[in-house]
Design a protein around this ligand. Structure first.
Ligand code: GDP
Ligand code: MN
Length: 420
């Protein structure tokens, strides 16, 4: 689950990270009032679940795809930042009146950046924060390093640009240090990273304290990502976080109820939201036209590969898990059928702990509960296969059967092709 910048900065501030003063606004008048409180010199920042806002562009709803094309095809269109002619979703204002104007120009528009995709994102809120005089920009982030099974701190002197770009052009500029989760953040980690980035004296101390705050946030919130880009040194020598990005691990939300309340479903894919609401975990919407119902993440990946190999395109990734309730299958089909591009559905189940007859019952129940107007191809093996086959047989439903995955994928691709 992603947080907005205004939420993320409040979180890291709670753990001792220095951030500029500021608050969120949903109208230009509110933005003006906050700017007045802050003394007039502010930065007005679009709040969307995507980065690259400073270099993005604000357009009307119908113009997002063309703008996305422009930003992604010519790098020149995606350079420059917050000042001068090129004004995107992050704008400097020197008076409360300018702040109001900036908010009016941003709110209600669609912001397109290289991270939003061609749909862009509708801006509902802006963060109005004290303007900072920046001397130098840095990058820091904490992620989980799967190979090391440990939180990993990454930092760079190349702040203010996407870390992927730095990794591609100048990988030596990124320094990394794993943290032993058992002992946690120790002072030597902060000192070492500060030294490697060239911080000295009091600034090294400020940087270490800030890193420790980010690490505490990461652990306490079950985050999968905490990123500050840019972290800056101000012209008067303070080290502060100018941007904040926090992503919470969805698997931990059951014990992060307070954070779950910060979820902004408007920013998420509507099908994925429906999947969550119906308890169909691990659903990811894709661009193809063959809906997939599969148990197990590995089998789901293999199924998608096989569909591709057969010349088709999956409409989703779905790991339905170990199903012990036919209604889960019904719900999965409901979600898949909400997608108008779906022209065929492939059900590929390996019954280990999951029982094939429960899956078959789910498909039968689905036909009773919802209108299914696309062909369903089923490949079933494993526990209670005979019972499952009998149920399907007796139901008389026109499901297409396949014995092997390759055959099933080919039949699904064929069915989708006929329907398209
Ligand atoms: P992003 O483009 O979505 O990552 O949004 P950021 O919050 O990182 O803002 C983009 C850029 O705007 C930063 O890299 C800074 O260079 C610049 N910026 C943001 N806030 C300020 C500020 O208070 N003062 C100055 N001078 N620049 C700022
Ligand atoms: Mn940023």
């Amino acid at each position: 689950m992603k947080l907005h910048e205004y939420q993320a900065r409040d979180l890291i501030a709670k753990y001792g990270v220095a951030v500029p003063g500021g608050r969120v606004a949903s109208t230009p008048a509110e933005a003006r009032a906050i700017a007045e409180e802050l003394g007039g010199r502010v930065v007005v920042k679009a709040q969307i679940h995507a980065g690259g806002r400073g270099k993005g562009r604000l357009v009307e709803a119908g113009e997002t795809a063309a703008m996305f094309e422009k930003l992604t095809t010519d790098p020149a269109n995606n350079s420059g930042q917050v000042k001068g002619e090129r004004v995107g979703g992050v704008r400097l204002a020197d008076t409360a009146e300018e702040a109001e104007q900036a908010a009016a120009a941003i709110l209600g528009k669609h912001l397109v950046s290289i991270q939003t995709g061609p749909e862009g994102k509708l801006v509902k809120n802006v963060l109005v924060a004290e303007q900072t005089d920046v001397a130098k920009e840095y990058y820091v982030a904490i992620i989980i390093d799967g190979a090391e099974a440990a939180p990993l701190i990454m930092a760079s002197t190349e702040g203010g640009q996407e870390i992927e770009v730095v990794a591609a052009n100048n990988p030596d500029a990124i320094v990394k240090m794993p943290v032993d989760a058992a002992t946690g953040f120790e002072p030597y980690i902060g000192r070492t990273l500060a030294a490697r980035l060239g911080f000295t004296g009091d600034q090294a101390n400020q940087f270490s304290k800030l890193l420790e705050g980010l690490y505490d946030t990461f652990v306490a919130t079950d985050a999968s990502l905490v990123e500050v880009n840019p972290l800056v040194v101000t012209t008067d020598g303070r080290v502060i976080a100018l941007d904040a990005k926090v992503t919470i691990d969805d698997n931990a939300l059951f014990r992060q109820k307070e954070l779950e309340a910060l979820r902004d479903k408007d920013e998420e894919d509507p099908l994925e939201v429906l999947a969550q609401d119906l308890g169909v975990a691990n659903f990811i919407k894709l661009e193809g036209n063959i809906g997939c119902v599969v148990n197990g993440a590995g089998l789901a990946m293999a199924t998608m590969d096989t569909i591709k190999l057969a010349g088709g395109d999956p409409a989703n990734f779905l790991d339905i898990g170990t199903v012990n309730d036919p209604q889960r299958v019904v719900n999965a089909l409901k979600v898949i059928l909400e997608d108008p591009s779906v022209k065929a559905i492939l059900v590929n189940i390996f019954g280990g702990m999951a029982r094939v007859d429960i899956i078959a019952q789910g498909v039968i129940d689905a036909h009773k509960q919802i209108k299914i107007d696309v062909p369903i191809v089923m490949r079933l093996v494993g526990t209670n296969l005979a019972e499952g086959e009998q149920l399907l047989e007796e139901s008389g439903l026109p499901v297409v059967r396949a014995k092997e995955l390759g055959e099933a994928a080919a039949k699904a691709v064929e069915a989708a092709g006929k329907a398209a």
